[in-house]
Design a protein around this ligand. Sequence first.
Ligand code: NAD
Ligand code: DAU
Length: 367
Amino acid sequence: MKTILITGGAGFIGSNFVKYMLNSHPDYKIVNVDVLTYAGNLENLADVEGNPNYVFAKGDIVDRPFIADLFDQYDFDTVVNFAAESHVDRSIEDPEIFIKSNVMGTLVLLDEAKFHWQTGKDDNGYPTYRDGVRYHQVSTDEVYGALGKTGMFTEVTPIAPNSPYSASKASADLLVRSYGQTFKLPVTISRCSNNYGPYHFPEKLIPLMISNVVALKSLPVYGDGMQIRDWLHVKDHCSGIDTILEKGMAGEVYNIGGNNEKANIDIVNLIIEDVGEMLRSGKYAIDNDGSKISKDLITYVEDRLGHDRRYAIDNSKITTELGWEPSYTFEEGIAETIKWYLNNQEWLEQVKSGDYQQYYEKMYSKK
Ligand code: NAD
Ligand code: DAU
């Protein structure tokens, strides 16, 4: 029986991971800590409420006494830190919260893990820790910056973040590395490419485009739409992290990616085609028969500042050393994801209520 602290477990990837771990490891206890920002939603976890191996605790990872109490209350073996501000566009508008949550929050978690797991010191003065403990940092390929037409990010590509978001994630990675080096804390870091799948907040490209096609709203494509991202289904990200927890070496960084590079405009065109076809089939209880869905919905808008042109992940370390492989092809994953959104319009409407409309107006009216 392991007890795992998952932070940010009410967000997109965190909620998928909580469910993935409860299913894959019925003998683990999962404690999910989330402060419930605009992106945190307990509806994402409705199907695990009442599971005796699952506990939710509302709170901020920056709140040191709160995190210290949790470590006292639960004897964590593992920390998996998802909690973060995650949207690049928001970091351009207001970077400060990114530094607080993503950098200071990581520092608090590292400190408390170190304090609570330490058993003594070795002959050289380095802390020693309880057997089997691990701090895992969920990071991003964006810390490597941007690629030109060729090449891929490997784990030794120099860190060169370009947005306040990626700078905050890179800072957190460097802190994690330093706790591994200076205090010998057993740490691992995963750097993953763009995720897609169920419960993705509709400020991000794929869910925003699905949501707008269904609502017959314009589809805001930044710049020329030829920026390239490497897409991975969220469940494959979850299995990648689980593999690192099981087999990864302390002190190591592992890239996670699906060898699936796509230009943004190709994704948008695919969503237009797939949503149109699904709605024209008449199988969905949605007030849109698909007849007005076309590429005319695409609107090219002002580009994102500092927009990274291309990301591509070399995943050979995790595939060869740990035996992990992605299980989804993009075609099946995106079709399944679109169906999920068409079948979960209530979820979509609920997350688009609140301050979402204000955010949308603010971000897109000026573009
Ligand atoms: P998300 O925005 O959907 O969810 C983030 C969650 O963290 C929310 O539930 C939010 O309430 C919570 N949170 C934020 N600040 C907090 C704080 N101070 N204390 C406690 N909880 C807090 O993000 P996501 O897309 O699920 O990303 C999760 C993690 O994965 C992030 O660290 C992100 O950098 C990383 N990542 C994301 C992607 C991607 O494509 N989405 C790819 C690679 C890595
Ligand atoms: O690469 C991993 C990263 O992927 C994660 O670390 C981030 O947390 C996650 O948000 C994501 O960042 P991106 O900036 O790549 O994702 P986003 O969905 O915001 O944008 C994807 C691409 O689509 C990017 O090139 C910008 C473009 N875009 C985005 C939006 C929201 C548009 O053209 N129009 C849009 O309206």
